[in-house]
Design a protein around this ligand. Sequence first.
Ligand code: PDD
Length: 291
Amino acid sequence: MKVLVNDKLVDRSKAAVDIEDRGYQFGDGVYEVIRLYNKKFFTFEEHIDRLFASAAKIELGIPYSKEKLRELLENLVKENDIDTGNVYLQVSRGVQQPRNHIIPDDLALVGILTASAQEVPRNPHLFEDGGTAIIEPDTRWLHCDIKSISLLGNVLAKNRAHRAGAMEAILHRDGEVTECSASNVYMIKDGEVFTHPADNLILNGITRQGILKAIRANGIPVKEEAFTIEDLKEADEVFISSVTLEVTPITAIDGVPVCEGKRGAITAKIHEHFVDLIVEQCGELETVPEQ
Ligand code: PDD
């Protein structure tokens, strides 16, 4: 397996990060996860634009132009022969010795890029059968719109969900649902879709943006409006989204079934419309044989 360290493709076993790297020392950096179908990037520009936006919000310079970044990432997936999979890329603020919270001016300008690519097939059974969730307080900072590599709040919430035998943790602040530990969340009530507005309290998922586009194009009513835990508990359908989850139904919350523990009809329709967007950009998706 080859990975990217700055503009060089190197063997995974040879790739190393300096112990004084600010990404390692402070979680000082930003990242992206980009999905590939049929050897083609899906919503590539949107992810790269978000990476640059995240970097700008922490005054970090991305070391390459968007065009150069595309070339480097295309080489990475080609070298690893990825057909359908994920590319993770991180930009840290770089090495600083001795350790100091204060960012020296020269480090503010240029970060260090690392990236890896992995084959991760689609999981249509997940999209149909869904998963369960627990509700957890959102203890993260107030800049969740930045795709920061500092993910402790997310990691701890996700791990609590895992320990409870659930797939995701749905997060709330003072009773208002924000998003999940690693995905966005939506509820459907009386035919209308609700999801938290794209402000500083959530990461504006690229999948979320695609889903909202697909929902609006198909005339399904949608409101980008915060809702409460009580609303969530009375929802007709609940689903979550991310690059790998696409549109995944939530079938129980804190052990209580949602939509009788099945994927709802509107969730299924929304997923269909979202898949149309993927097919438009990346071509027909492989159908999985019946099990
Ligand atoms: N997570 N919200 C959070 C907190 C996330 O970590 C993610 C994605 C999303 C959905 O964003 P997108 O649709 O662009 O994937 C929302 C990725 C998958 C991760 O960190 O691995």
